[in-house]
Every structure is written in structure tokens, then in C-alpha cells.
Design a protein. Sequence first.
Length: 283
Amino acid sequence: MAQAAAIALACAIVLAPYSGAIEAADQGRQRQAAAGAYTPARTPDGQPDIQGFWNPVGTFYNIQDLEFQSVYQNFRPSDPERRGKSLIVDPSDGRIPYQPWAAEKAKLVLEHHADPTPQLLDPNARCFLQGVPRHLNNREFEIFQPPGYVVFFNMAHHAYRSVPLNGGPHIPDRIKLWMGDSRGHWEGDSLVVDVTSNNDQPWFDVVGSFHSDALRVAERITPVAADTIEYEAVITDPKVYTRPWTMRLRFERIKDYGTELYEEACFESNERTLDLMLHRPGR
């Protein structure tokens, strides 16, 4: 009996950090059910189940102008439905609210992105990690949910991000990481993630939309149907922008992908990729 009591106490201690999140998720689910909204299934530890393979519906080429995707990458005729559209929903003009000096820097990269010098080359082309949120709006990815975590696994650059849900503190801000430091919790059926300790290396897209190491990202990830997730990221960086701004897109489930995520073999500082991007003959 004493051993059984000890085991029960240990389990209670382990699960305690998640109990509040599970309770909040259940309350949110009840409210959504009453309103007739979509109610996702639950994982064994009570999380809304968003596991599976997902594809972003949007673009990674220029988040401020979706037309760039067809003009510069796919070499297809312009699509009138995409022209002028932006993933940025706030400000309403779809533009990143750069400070004047930052706007000049972004303009320089944009003007030379198709024939860059090394200092104007997208870090993604060198196979560096893409940062947040780009690793979710760039290529297909997988979500899986071990107890107490949500994990994002991207097929590009071997990137992954683990989001603990235990309410623990962020790492010290003096530590700067390519993928930042994520801490999450569930608000009803929405996963809310705070991302700090970002370094200043990744770009948001190919054309040089950039940030500093003061970047902070507030994500909200909401399943709205069995095969659809709505994604929103509020971007804050007082060193580069005049105000916070918000981008929004959706993810659609990939139903015929297979049993595991495909691998894109891209290795950090890949010189062959650099040669191709700079139009230099390979070694």
C-alpha cells in the first residue's frame, strides 16, 4: 500500500504542471462546442490533437507580396489573385513597419536579391536554420505531441522546435539562438507560444525582411477544422520596427504524405549552394 501511495504521489507531481493547461483547454472546448465551433480530438495528456503532416498556404519568398513567388521562383505568368496580397494583416497596408534606417537596408536587399553579393544572400540559401516563424511558412512540416510538449519538425535543414507546456521560465535573454526559446500553453483549443532569445541571423523571407536580436514572436496556432490550422504571429522588435506587426496564414493537412517526413539534405554553410546562388561555377 505504501508503495502504491508513493507511485500515485509521484504521478501527481509529474502531471501537476499540465493540469491547469488541461483544465483551461477543457473549458475552452466547452465554450467552443456551445458556439458550434470545431472541437478537435484530444491526446492522452489532454492536449487538442494537431498531430500530423502540414503544408503552409502562403509563401516564403516575400511575405509582403505573394506575387514574387510566381515571378521569381516558379517562372509562371502572374496570378492576378495573388498580386499585391501580403501575409501581413496588421498594419492594414500589408507592409512591415520598418524604422527609416531599416527600410533602407531592406530596400537594398530587395533590389539585389535576384543577383546578390555574399552579404546580401538569404541565410536560408546557406542552409542555416530559418528561425521563427519562417520554418513554418517555408516548407511542409510535422507536428507531434509527446506528453507536456508540442514539437515541430521541418523537412528543410533538419530543423525542429520543441515547445514545453509546463509553464517554466525562458532561458536568459543573453543567450541567442537561431530558433529562439519557445514556451507555450493552451488557451482553449489555441496553442499560444512565446518565442524569445532569438539571434539576428534568420530572415523572414528570401528578399531580406529582417529583424534584430531583440525579436520576440507571439504565436497563436488554432485548429479550425479537421484538416486546417489557422496561424498568427505577432512580431515585436523595437530595434528595427516602429510598432509590432502581425502575419497570418493557414496550414492544410497533407493526407497522402506517407509515414515519415521527407528529408531535404542541406548542410550548414553549403558552399555548392552558395556558388549556385551567386552564379559562380561549381568547384
